[in-house]
Write a protein of this length. Structure first.
Length: 209
């Protein structure tokens, strides 16, 4: 019976965090509250307090859940591709597909929340920065593998490559949602694909378009 209660509690916690990540992708983390989540998920406020004693604890848990969702939808599928430039391209392509899938109401949790905390020191800012840094480190590591395998030129600057991939991914969200630019996803995809093809001695490993 105790195990059953724990399992139900974990399912409720996960469902609430999934709702919170989606809500934050639209409204940001500052608008997040236990009262608002209780209303949206039909879970009692007292029940939520059993999991998160205050707003900061909730925000940190939401960031951790957003990382989990990103990993499941973007990183894990991309890592099904072979090491090197194909995996590097897959990280960007899976990201664009994730935005298009509508899993999150606002498209991207991290684009929606990072501007809120970029100039506000504290644990929430630190957690967001760590998550984004981990993503950039992953892109750089995969790019470095591509260099080692001879699938990117030896003089390819992996820091620059990671910056450009991240910048184009960020732009897809901003242009498609704020400016309603219908071609944003295609532009973001083409920009990174052409960049990687220009850096690769074996461009045939990548799609032609």
């Amino acid at each position: 019976m105790a195990d059953g209660r724990l399992a139900r509690g974990e399912r409720t916690r996960t469902a609430v965090l999934d709702a919170a990540v989606s809500m934050a992708s639209v409204d940001g983390l500052e608008a997040m509250s236990l009262a608002r989540l209780a209303h949206a998920t039909e879970v009692s406020k007292s029940g939520l307090f059993a999991h998160w004693p205050d707003k900061e604890a909730l925000q940190l848990a939401v960031i951790a859940r957003a990382v989990h969702i990103w990993t499941a939808h973007v990183v894990t599928p991309a890592f099904a591709e072979p090491r090197g430039v194909r995996r590097l391209w897959a990280l960007h392509e899976r990201r664009i597909e994730f935005y298009a899938s509508g899993v999150l109401s606002g498209g991207c949790f991290f684009v929606a929340t990072q501007a809120e905390f970029d100039d506000r020191p504290g644990p929430v800012r630190d957690a967001l920065a760590a998550a984004i840094n981990d993503w950039l480190f992953l892109i750089k590591a995969v790019a470095a593998q591509a260099v080692e395998l001879g699938e990117l030129r030896p003089d390819a600057d992996v820091e620059q490559v990671a910056f450009e991939i991240e910048a184009h991914g960020h732009a897809v969200v901003t242009f498609s949602r704020l400016l309603h630019a219908e071609g944003a996803a295609a532009y973001g995809r083409t920009a990174v694909l052409e960049r990687l093809r220009s850096l690769s001695p074996v461009p045939g490993l990548l799609p032609a378009s």
